[in-house]
Design a protein around this ligand. Structure first.
Ligand code: MN
Ligand code: MN
Length: 463
């Protein structure tokens, strides 16, 4: 009779914490890799900043701007920037494009608080910006914390001015005020989604009036005069601006053991960065490989920089024309890892998870067969065959991975870009890093899981 311990190990293969199965050397590698990511996460707090980082890194790694009239040879590295908010990197493979391409797609937009088009106002001698939040946030989490301002202003003369204020030491910061508990009896009895309303997310930006004996709204005037001096803008230039308020501050190691990273915007820069670094590890791939860093996922992949638009398919059509074939001949044979985060099991809020099917911090990257809500509505649901192919790939390349779905059935739900890529007749499955406090101004991930994302994407590109 076989002993129960051996049989259990063989048949019930439960997953251990990655830190207890990895070698000390590999854990060291994961920690070292994380330092590069921390720097990226601190410097890239908007989709535009991510694109500019990715473009510079691509150039440094031998990528050149894609020219659709040119013919490229195997090993050539090209990139294409879509309206400063999305980027596609591509390395031409040795195989014909009729073999399909391998895509890793991640999004670089994160939940935040955007300025309205006419944001500046004064109320009781305090100056504020009106805002309109972007993506799924708990609004109350955004008050009483330091904020920075990032984005662009298009001046009347067509000049583009870049804004990034509140990150550097010595920079001023901004804040949304909250009600003191002493006077919050009414507020505290409201439902969480009404505690702070959208129209109460007003950012405090100044309090000193312009020195003058006449005129009104002198605090507003004073702020505008500072902005004019610094950026050359007038009030109407806000109409042609995109300014995003995000949490100001650092990216930090979390825990006495420094095993985790806390910061703003892990979703989904924690998958975007490994997608980039995996691309840079790839030389002369067999199949053509694509890294797509896209915008607007947090609001449903809308617009011409989101993946509901045709920009990625057009890029592939341009590649197809180069080899005298049709785009669908490539797409139908292509494979994609939709690189996006999943909710890590949180013991404090265990009730919303179904433990047998949740993802956990330090158990590696999570493969999510389907997302969606209710009766699997709104998911592309990867096939068992494709999931199996990825399982074999990960297992044979030392990638520690786990399976996971977002939470309990009917507890809520969410989606990714996977279904829009599946619509192009591409095989696709979600693979990403588990996150604690997802969509909060300060999210937490594990360094080991991050490193496994890099290893997974590298193995995929090289397969
Ligand atoms: Mn995401
Ligand atoms: Mn998200």
């Amino acid at each position: 009779m076989e002993d129960v311990k051996a049989l259990t190990e063989k048949l019930l293969d439960t997953q251990k914490n990655a830190a207890s199965v990895m070698t000390a050397e590999e854990i060291k590698k994961a920690d070292a890799y994380s330092e590069g990511y921390k720097d990226f996460l601190f410097r890239c707090k908007t989709e535009r900043e991510c694109v500019s980082f990715a473009e510079k890194a691509a150039q440094a790694n031998g990528f050149v701007p894609f020219d659709k009239s040119k013919k490229y040879a195997p090993g050539d590295k090209v990139y294409f920037v879509n309206r400063a908010k999305a980027i596609v990197l591509c390395i031409i493979g040795k195989n014909s494009l009729t073999e399909g391409v391998k895509i890793v797609a991640a999004h670089i937009d994160s939940p935040r608080v955007d300025l309205k088009q006419n944001p500046l106002y004064e109320d009781n001698e305090l100056a504020y910006f009106k805002t309109h939040y972007y993506g799924g946030i708990k609004k109350y989490q955004w008050t009483a914390r330091p904020l920075s301002l990032h984005g662009v202003v298009m001046l009347k003369n067509g000049e583009k001015v870049e804004v990034n204020i509140g990150e550097d030491e010595g920079d001023p910061r901004f804040v949304i005020s909250d009600l003191l508990p002493h006077l919050a009896r009414n507020q505290m009895s409201k439902k969480a989604n009404e505690v702070v309303t959208g129209e109460e997310l007003n950012i405090l930006i100044g309090s000193r009036p312009f020195k003058s004996d006449e005129g009104s709204e002198l605090v507003k005037l004073n702020v505008m005069s500072i902005l004019n001096e610094k950026y050359g803008m007038t009030n109407s230039d806000f109409l042609t601006a995109e300014l995003e308020a995000v949490p100001a501050g650092t990216v930090d190691d979390i825990g006495f053991d420094r095993s985790m990273i806390g910061g703003y915007g892990h979703d989904d820069r924690v998958c975007s960065y490994p997608a980039l670094t995996a691309m840079f590890e790839c030389e002369n791939p067999d199949n053509t490989v694509l890294c797509v860093l896209t915008d607007k996922e947090e609001i449903g992949s809308e617009g011409n920089t989101g993946l509901k638009s045709a920009y990625m398919a057009y890029f592939i059509a341009d590649l197809a024309r180069m080899q005298g074939i049709q785009a669908h001949d490539i797409l139908s044979k292509s494979e994609c890892l939709s690189a996006d985060v999943n909710a890590a099991f949180d013991p404090t809020f265990a009730g919303v998870y179904e433990k047998n099917n949740a993802s956990f911090i330090n158990k590696g990257i999570v493969m999510t067969k389907y997302t969606g809500a209710g009766g699997k509505s709104g998911t592309s649901d990867a096939s068992a065959e494709f999931v199996s192919k990825m399982r074999t790939l990960f297992d044979s390349n030392g990638v520690i991975w786990q399976a996971g779905e977002l939470g309990k059935v009917d507890e809520g739900g969410g989606g990714t870009v996977a279904k829009y890529i599946a619509n192009l007749d591409v095989d696709v499955v979600d693979v990403g890093v588990p996150v604690l406090s997802m969509h909060a101004p300060y999210e937490v991930i594990s360094k080991i899981d991050l490193f496994m994302a890099h290893k997974a994407f590298e193995a995929f590109f090289k397969s």
